[in-house]
Design a binder for this molecule. Structure first.
Ligand SMILES: Cc1cc2nc3c(=O)[nH]c(=O)nc-3n(C[C@H](O)[C@H](O)[C@H](O)COP(=O)(O)OP(=O)(O)OC[C@H]3O[C@@H](n4cnc5c(N)ncnc54)[C@H](O)[C@@H]3O)c2cc1C
Length: 471
């Protein structure tokens, strides 16, 4: 052991969405905890993910509603966008969240935060050995247990001319640092992150083009959902190129030239939103005999334990969710299992729910119709499905926000919910009616007989459930 080695009961590498709460919970148990973070405390969500995008989304929505003012009898006049102010508001929110987190950790006895890249360096009878490479050199650490919460980073596909050194070619991190709205934002990737940014930047005044190699955007969702999202994005002037591959990027000065299917498009900026890669290769997991899969993810069991005793993996790197709420839920599972080792909680039991924060948002849980159909064809399991378009929902009509669809899916035999989609106003909140219900395993007929509030979107659930029919 190095003479200057610091000793802790627990080492946490990466301050993702599980780590800060875990550090504090373990410290409250009386354990000494070191939390190692290479960049900014709070990880992707706080700094370059959920917090900034959802804050900026609000500016975009205000702009959208202001432009529609006259429709509602509110005359506003010409709407102009102060892009820098919208970005400042976003940065203020991010900084406040991060500062709050820093203060919380700094004021918790037994928690030490170290800045730098953490990696493992073997296991001895003293415990796990680790090294932190920071600005001021190396720090050596020994700890009895290790929790990994290192998250993911943007993936840059190997396309000619696509270079992270070009200031016009951006990922989510670079896009959120802009001070001027792009004249024409070209977005590579028509999935969740790309689509959220497409609508936000369009509403903030950019010309926006989305290029997607698949034959439709939001590929993981049902076609009915793709179609509704396509409709409202097109209506707002977002251009969508599907079945289209970007093969080369060139161009000088302020204009990029994007080669797509034999055509050349010009744009001021390119956002690369083509998926994410797990941050595991710098962890030297091989030094403790911990394997990763072909894509770099770490396998865990329901308790989030890895193949190496005393090492847990939480958040995006464990493949059990790619969301802030799944990462935080991982923390809760680990915390509760330490408290109650005789009644273990498991990630296998959770009902994974998520949202895409377009406007209107998409709320999703469990199976969609295409997945249910595939399962039926494979296993014979029978499902009942019902759909209802938002244009028939009175609350949506009253709000003049009628894009979207609700889809509810039930297991024909057990009569319990197996999935739901709510694309429409408040879909991100409403979906949790079904996900929480699914967690109980209750029969759908119970919901059908419940009393809803009028006028809400959810009040249609009993009506929709009355329409259930074999898939
Ligand atoms: C643009 C965007 C929008 C998103 N919007 C949403 C949303 O609305 N809702 C939602 O639920 N999810 C959203 N997500 C996903 C969400 O941000 C992540 O799922 C969430 O942050 C959970 O990640 P995590 O806990 O695994 O770690 P992360 O939050 O990714 O944090 C990992 C941390 O570990 C650090 N790290 C990595 N390697 C090392 C190392 N070797 N040593 C020290 N530190 C290290 C990193 O610097 C980082 O700070 C969004 C993501 C993006 C990119």
């Amino acid at each position: 052991m190095n003479a200057k080695t610091l000793r802790f009961d627990v080492l946490i590498i990466g301050s993702g969405q599980a780590a800060p709460a875990l550090a504090v919970a373990l410290a409250h148990r009386g354990e000494t905890v070191v939390l190692v973070e290479a960049k900014d405390l709070g990880g992707t969500c706080v700094n370059v993910g959920c917090t900034p995008t959802k804050t900026l989304r609000k500016s975009a929505r205000v702009a959208y509603m202001a432009r529609r003012g006259a429709e509602f009898g509110v005359n506003i006049g010409a709407v102009t966008i102060d892009f820098a102010k919208a970005m400042d508001r976003m940065h203020e929110r991010v900084n406040a969240s991060r500062t709050g987190l820093e203060g919380w950790l700094a004021s918790t006895p037994n928690v030490t935060v170290l800045c730098g890249w953490g990696s493992l360096a073997g296991h001895t009878e003293q415990g796990f050995q680790a090294v932190v490479e920071g600005k001021n050199g190396q720090q050596h650490i020994t700890a009895g247990r290790v929790y990994l919460n290192t998250g993911t980073r943007p993936f840059m596909p190997p396309i000619e001319g696509l270079s992270s050194n070009d200031p016009r070619i951006l990922n989510n991190e670079g896009l959120l640092q802009l001070r001027e709205c792009p004249k024409h934002l070209f977005i590579l990737g028509g999935s969740y992150i790309g689509l959220e940014f497409a609508q936000i930047f369009r509403r903030l005044g950019a010309e926006v083009t989305v290029v997607e190699p698949s034959n439709r955007i939001a590929m993981r969702e049902d076609e009915i959902v793709t179609n509704a999202i396509t409709d409202f994005l097109l209506e707002e002037g977002v251009r969508i190129l599907t079945s289209s591959t970007l093969t080369k990027v060139d161009g000088t000065g302020s204009d990029l030239r994007l080669h797509v299917q034999g055509n050349i498009h010009e744009a001021s900026h390119l956002l690369v939103a083509t998926g994410r890669l797990p941050n595991t290769e710098r962890l030297n997991l091989a030094s403790i005999g911990l394997p990763v899969d072909a894509r770099g993810y770490v396998d865990v069991n329901g308790q989030l334990e890895t193949a190496v005793a005393g090492v847990w993996a939480l958040g995006d790197i464990n493949k059990r969710g790619a969301f802030t709420h799944t990462s935080y839920h991982d923390f809760e599972i680990v915390r509760d299992n330490l408290k109650e080792p005789t009644a273990l909680r498991s990630a296998d039991d959770r009902v994974t729910v998520y949202a895409m924060f377009t406007d209107p948002p998409l709320g999703r849980v469990g199976l969609n119709a295409a997945q249910a159909k595939a399962e039926h064809e494979k296993t014979g399991r029978a499902f009942l499905v019902a759909e209802h378009h938002m244009r028939f929902v009175s609350r949506a009509k009253e709000e003049s926000e009628t894009h979207g669809v609700i889809q509810l899916i039930v297991d024909a035999k057990t009569e319990s919910f197996v999935g739901a989609t709510v694309l429409g106003i408040n879909g991100d909140e409403i979906i949790q009616v079904v996900s929480n219900y699914m967690a109980t395993g209750a029969n759908y007929k119970l919901m059908r007989n419940c009393l809803p509030v009028h006028p809400t979107v959810t009040e249609f659930f009993p009506t929709i459930l009355d329409k259930l029919a074999a898939l």
